[in-house]
Design a binder for this molecule. Structure first.
Ligand code: ADP
Ligand code: DP6
Ligand code: CO
Length: 343
């Protein structure tokens, strides 16, 4: 029997992935870029036990058994077993026949627009890769679980290059800068609503691709924006970074509103936070905080350390009862993925 436990953090995109050109292989219509958060905060912890004595694969998510036959989990397991190596306990041939029991827990709301599919599938793939001794790039395996998951494989600032190949072999994550590069950067995650969202990211982006005209304009804009974003991170140019981050979030939510039927992930509280950030920046006379929203109402704010206290006190003033919900994350981890050795 082999048992491995790993943790993986979420990542929050500053250039959003929205739309697939291939649903099965999860190939995107645009490249994207994110910061991987400190895994002391929002993370998934996954244990995989593999044994020749188990009669079938099983998975429990947050204490409840889930359907192991789900297409995405099956694809991940297939890819991992195809690439299984040797271990001292078993040869390559034998190891790939071991069945697994998977126990996975998120320490933050699942399916609420806080990137649980990113940390969830990243952690699943990373842990399975340890068990089955898979080497080389595993971001392409994480990608077939959930697109955004491929970016959590690396720490710091990570691009997901959309790639051109039909088999998806070049649609993978690439670290743009490591977790020590921009030491003053902080991330505030404001939990407005921790309930499961009505429209999953998968369903939402599929509808956008089918019905939105605006999404076609967005895909033309993203390549230039990716280049500018990479440069702003390389130069630690917060002004450009912040403006691009807010603009891309706004554009993504405009695409959602342009979808039929329209999707509204942001709510009134989200809009109030946008307003507060805009006013804070006007007061500072420069861009000092940048909001971004994933497929949900919860604001994520990228800002430099010196602005955390002032902005938090303003937010606390406007949302006094929500104070306990502020999670502070710092994308400066040493090891993005912590691995415990097999017991
Ligand atoms: P989110 O905004 O949280 O990423 P998504 O709609 O993209 O929401 O994905 C949520 C889905 O991701 C869940 O319904 C579940 O199928 C999957 N998921 C979340 N966490 C895990 C995990 N720890 N392990 C495996 N799958 C997970
Ligand atoms: C708005 O990666 O959750 O968070 O690939 O269908 O699992 P699937 O979708 P998912 O979509 C994430 C969308 C987003 C933007 C982003 O993280 O880039
Ligand atoms: Co997701």
């Amino acid at each position: 029997m082999i048992a491995v436990t790993c943790t993986a953090p979420v990542n929050i995109a500053v250039i959003k992935y929205w739309g697939k050109r291939d649903e099965k292989l999860i190939l995107p219509i645009n490249s994207s870029l994110s910061g991987t958060l400190n895994q002391n905060d929002m993370k998934t912890t996954t244990t995989v036990v593999a044994s020749p004595d188990f009669d079938r694969d099983r998975i429990w998510l947050n204490g409840r058994e889930e359907d192991i036959q789900s297409e995405r989990i099956q694809r991940v397991l297939d890819e991992i077993r195809k690439r299984a190596g040797d271990r001292k306990e078993a040869s390559k041939e034998k190891l790939s026949t071991y069945k697994v029991h998977i126990v996975t827990v998120n320490n933050f709301p699942t399916a609420a627009g806080l990137a649980s599919s990113a940390s969830g599938y990243c952690c699943l793939v990373y842990t399975l890769a340890q068990v089955f001794q898979v080497s080389g790039d595993i971001s392409t395996i994480a990608r077939v679980g959930s697109g955004s998951a491929c970016r959590s494989i690396y720490g710091g600032w990570v691009a997901w290059d959309m790639g051109n190949e039909i088999d998806g072999s070049d649609s993978r994550a690439r670290q743009v800068a490591d977790e020590h590069h921009w030491k003053e950067m902080r991330v505030l995650v404001l939990v407005v609503n921790d309930k499961k969202k009505e429209t999953s990211s998968t369903a939402g982006m599929q509808n956008s691709v089918e019905t939105s005209k605006l999404i076609q304009e967005r895909v033309k804009i993203v390549p230039g924006r990716m280049a500018q974003m990479e440069k702003s991170i390389a130069d630690r140019d917060y002004e450009t970074f912040g403006q691009l981050t807010m603009r891309d979030s706004d554009d993504f939510h405009a695409v959602c509103a342009d979808t039929q039927p329209p999707i509204f992930y942001m709510n009134e509280t989200s809009k109030r936070v946008v307003d507060i950030v805009k006013r804070y920046n006007r007061t500072c006379g420069k861009t000092s905080a940048a909001y971004t929203f994933d497929a949900g109402p919860n604001p994520v704010i990228y800002l430099l350390e010196e602005h955390v206290s002032p902005l938090l006190s303003i937010l606390t003033h406007f949302f006094p009862s929500d104070e306990k919900n502020y999670v502070r994350n710092v994308p400066d981890v040493e090891n993005v993925l912590k691995r415990e050795l097999p017991k």
